[in-house]
Design a protein around this ligand. Sequence first.
Ligand SMILES: [Zn+2]
Length: 455
Amino acid sequence: MECDGRWLIPGLWDAHVHLGQWALAARRLDLSQTSSPEEVLAMVARERSSRPAPGGRPIVGMGHRAGTWARQVTVAELDAACGEVPVALINSDCHHGWLNTTALDALGLARRDTIVAEAEWFAAYPLVAERLEDPPKAADYQKVLGEAAARGIAGLVDFEFGAPWSDWAKRWHEGCDLLRIRWSPYRDQLDSVRAAGLRSGACLPGADDRLSVGSLKIISDGSLGTRTAWCYQPYADTGGFGAPNQSDVELAGLLAEGRRAGLSVATHAIGDRALDTALKAYAATGAHGSIEHAQMTTGHSIAEMARLGLTASVQPAHLLDDHDTIDQVWGGQADRCFTLRSLRDHGVKVALGSDAPVAPLDPWLTIATAVHRGLPGDEPWHPEQAISTAEAIAASVDGRRIAVGQPGDVALFDFDPLTSDAAGLRAMRAALTCVAGRVVHSEPLPGLGRMSAGS
Ligand SMILES: [Zn+2]
């Protein structure tokens, strides 16, 4: 194939995606530009009045950042803004929902006057799509997979909630077979995984090695935005420490169960205390896998991750949303957050991702933020923890290289990422993306026409 002087890199990976939620995000009321509960309530009221009465479809919104607000919200005020149709508003960190009473009833949740958070929320979260929206269809998946391929993505790890492997096996045959997918179960899917004899790395029944089983996903603590990430120091605003989602014994039991089932384990740990606790569980059980987020580290936890051979699966773009909140509520500890430089320097394998829909499924936003630690033109936030563009790309290719004998997963670009500035990195679009030797995205190339497999 004639590439006309373009730049070739291994196909990119996003190591942490909730693909069904990302496919739905475009349809939801976008609350990401709001900065107070009042603005959100006004948007919901406007949305309601723009829809023809009577009745009206449920309103599902997402992307507001309650962690930056000065006060807690109530169900009563959402009822007052829009009580007659179900309203479910998903916080940007996806760790809680603000629901009106009609939506609480529709999802079978107990009535209350507060948000629904953490374990209760994660159980209810898939029901939002099932009961209040049209669940995403094959065409919705094809659209977001195509957009990912256009950015040079060849594979992603899907941590969708409440999603059995059979959903992906079916979807695969409905034409959603553009990229490599590593389907990753939660505890609620373990029985079906065992029944099908699936282990990490196995192909899903009926598919080839592009659709495989990833790790058992465990959520061990909460998030910064919901003030539930489990920390040694109290949050400056709430005085709380966050909380674990399981006792130490339960967590180790889950890891051991995953290991017995032949699965690697991906443990969500955001606070420093959650991270230490998770690492003890890996050490005690001999489980392998990754720490998801590893947002707040200590020197000890970094050394432990290296010793145990665990991957730190980090989402740098979260720092764009979080750095002001970190400065405010984790005061004095900001130098221990998003510590990509320290992780790499201490030999921890780093895998970058987006956590879409928390941040957009855009590897170049991820890479640019890992390198520049801010928006283009911004003063970098804790630049001592920045990594180079070459390191960020190496942390985004699932260990692949351009070499004979490697899978035919490659992406071709018009510009050299290694000499691009922050704005240039964020604007990167692939001229061509191949997965297992098959062209899954191509731009018409001047003088060459559109490239196809084998050309
Ligand atoms: Zn996630």
